[in-house]
Design a protein around this ligand. Structure first.
Ligand code: GUN
Length: 414
């Protein structure tokens, strides 16, 4: 739910009627985010009177809306804001006092706040670039070795993006691309050589690896000080023990999203669905370190919905498209969707996105869409959520960059 500075719930008023000068119109840029194409929207605060406090509240609502991503709202003048404050005291379908017009078919919606991962990632990358610049002044250039085996299309896209981001931030990178016939021994020799290289601060072995390669043995061979993925058991152990560690990038990104969005963690009940070594377990540990009360659920959990419905913060990291449904979410909860599932099946698409014109167009054009582990309807119940794409995803690369710089500094005792 949107909340104003004085913590009142804000609602969005929707009408097909063109409000005379009084309305906030979502312009082109914003309307695509809004689930009712053709409607106009106004933000207002619930249950305040028409006095000065009310006007201030409405102004607060506008400010909040801008902060929270409705950047394209035409806020109008202060006069408009004050009119909005008056409008709040009218119920749906009633007359606007000034104009005498009815605003028919009005809806009140509690609109979940979208946590903009791309914007948060951009902020982190900017901070990392600044650190890289400062290190450069001391003659230090952080370096990342990215190992991409074979031709897994998704891995190729991810690794290209990682290498490009290094270039954007001034980090040195070396992309190494062994063939998909590579053996464990050859990979082991490669990792050993990267461990020894002084220009390499971080080693990233993109997963999954071909079946013939012993993934665990390789991840264990990476020097913990260069383990920018945070996958080495030494780093996992340090994380568990609350010692300084290179943390897995996606879970670290989840914490950054929560913190930078001002979502309280301490004392909240965080439910993590999924127990992978890469996301679920470290996410639970990081949330615990932030003083959340943490529950980890998994495929053998009985009555999953009964537990997820208790979550103030629900982290979905199961790897199953739309698995978390609306009945599984407590109204107003923060929902963090770590899933990235590509769906190509029409029936599955319809179950998730029926009536969504934008997704329909994307599906028809590309034959697939990416969807998280949370059903789109479940987001409507949430108070805040990370979308897919554009939520947690961008943080993974941003945190990899942050880890590379951290590793560069730690290796030099900085
Ligand atoms: N494959 C999918 N996600 C990741 C990641 O975060 N790191 C690595 N190394 N491989 C991945």
């Amino acid at each position: 739910m949107l909340r104003s500075k004085n913590n009142k719930v804000m609602r969005i008023l929707v009408s097909r009627v063109k409000w005379p000068t009084f309305t906030f119109a979502a312009n082109e840029g914003a309307s695509h985010r809004f689930p009712f194409p053709g409607f106009r929207i106004g933000l207002f605060e619930r249950a305040h009177d028409e006095g000065a406090d009310g006007c201030a509240g409405a102004l607060g609502a506008v400010a909040q809306a801008v902060v929270e991503g409705f950047r394209d709202i035409d806020g109008g003048s202060d006069g408009h804001d004050m009119i909005m404050a008056r409008m709040t005291s009218l119920g749906p379908g009633r007359r606007l006092r000034r104009s005498g017009r009815r605003y028919d078919r009005c809806l009140e919606l509690e609109m979940a706040r979208v946590l903009d991962g791309a914007a948060i990632a951009a902020q982190i990358k900017q901070e990392v670039a600044e650190e890289v610049r400062l290190l450069g002044a001391q003659g230090i250039r952080p370096g990342l070795a990215a190992v991409l085996v074979g031709h897994v299309p998704a891995s190729e896209i991810y690794v290209r993006s990682k290498v490009q981001t290094c270039a954007d931030l001034g980090i040195y990178s070396d992309l190494i691309t062994p063939p998909d016939t590579v053996t464990t021994e050859e990979m082991f020799d490669l990792v050993t050589s990267l461990n020894d290289r002084d220009d390499v601060d971080g080693i990233l072995i993109q997963l999954p690896l071909p079946a013939q390669v012993d993934t665990k043995r390789l991840l264990d061979a990476v020097l913990p000080a260069k383990d920018v993925d945070g996958f080495h058991p030494i780093n996992a152990g340090r994380l568990m023990a609350g010692r300084p560690a290179l943390e897995p990038c996606t879970p670290a990104g989840v914490i950054e999203i929560l913190k930078r969005s001002g979502i309280p963690i301490a004392g909240q009940h965080a439910v993590v669905v999924g127990r992978s070594d890469i996301v679920g377990k470290p996410a639970a540990m990081l949330l615990l370190h932030q003083n959340a009360t943490v529950t980890i659920c998994h495929s053998k959990t009985r009555d999953l919905g009964a537990i997820t419905r208790q979550a103030d913060i629900l982290v979905a990291a199961i790897g199953r498209a739309g698995f978390i449904t609306e009945e599984m979410v407590k109204p107003g909860a923060t929902v963090i969707d770590v899933g990235m599932n590509r769906i190509t099946d029409r029936t599955e698409f319809d179950q998730l996105f029926a009536g969504n014109a934008k997704r329909e167009a994307a599906f028809l054009k590309r034959g697939s869409v990416v969807v998280g582990d949370v059903h789109p309807k479940a987001f409507e119940v949430a108070g805040a959520y990370t979308p897919v794409p554009g939520g947690v995803g961008p943080l993974t690369i941003a945190m990899l960059m942050a880890n590379t710089v951290r590793a560069a500094k730690m290796r030099r005792g900085l």
